[in-house]
Design a protein. Sequence first.
Length: 319
Amino acid sequence: MKKFNYIASAKRTFKIESSAINSLANQIDTNFTQLCDSIRSNKGKFIIMGVGKSGHIGQKISATLSSTGTGSIFIHPTEAAHGDMGLIEKKDIVFLISNSGETDEIINILPSLKRSSYKLASLTGNNKSSIALASDISIVIKSKEACPLDLAPTSSTTSALAFGDALAIALLESKGFTSNDFAKFHPGGSLGKKLFLKVKDLVNTDFKPMVGKDDNIKDVIIEISQKMLGITPVLSKDSIVGVITDGDLRRTLLDNQEISSLKAEDIMSINPQVIDLEVKAADALETMKSNKISQLIVTKDSEYYGILHIQNLIKEGIS
C-alpha cells in the first residue's frame, strides 16, 4: 500500500479552515448589528434551526447562548413540521442555519415560520438562496470547504461555529455579563464550583481545633491529633494570635532536648494566614498555593470559625 502523508493532509485542512475563520471579520456587516440588537430587545425566545451538520452546530450555538445569558433553544425542522411548531410564539426570533440556503426541511416550513414567529434570521452561504431571501435578517458567510470533493461540510461548519461564538460573546459583553452571572447558569461541574462555591460551603465546623497560648505541648499534640486536620490556631481571649501545624511540632521535637515545659506560644507561628468564610473557594485554593500551605484558618467577622483543608477543595473538584 502506498504510504500516504496524513500530516500534510491535516496541515492543508488547518490552513484552509483557519483562512475561513480569518475571513469572517471582513464578511460580517451591519446585519450582524441588527441581529444583536433584535436579540437584545426581544422579549421572546431565540430559536435556532438546522439540519445535519448545521443542526449539530446550531445545538452548540444555542447551548453557548443559554449559558451566557441569552435564552435559546434548538428545534429540529422536521420535528417542527410534526408538532414542535407549537413551541414557537409570535414574540420569538427564529435563526436558520443552512450553508446552501436551500435545505428542503427548512424551506417546507418557511410559511409557517413566518406566521408563527416575530422575526426570521438566517446564516447561509448564498445571499440569493430561498432561506436568505425569506429572512428579515440575512447573514451571509462564504467559506471554501476543506473537503477536496467540496462535499463534506468542513470550513462552512467551522465558520458557523465561530460565528455563533462571536454572537454569544458580543451579546455577553453588551449586557455586562459577569462571572457571578455565569455561575448562576453553571451550578454544577468544576466551572460552576469554581465560580459559585464559597469557603463557608466547605469548611467543617464539627472539627474545630483550638488551644490557648498557655496550653502545654502535650495539650497541643492531643488537640491536633484528635481533630485530624494537622493544624490548630492559638487563641488568646478569643483572638487568633498564632497557629501550630504538624510541621511546627516536628521541628520543635528535632530542635529541643527537653519539651515538657514548652507552651503553645513557644512553638506557634505568628501572623497566620486567615480567610473569610464568604471568600470563593477557588480564591482560597490560590491562597494555599501561593503560600505553599494545605490549611487555612477561616474567620467570620474576624472571629475564628473553623479550618479549611485542601482536601475539602480537592473532593469538590476545585484544583
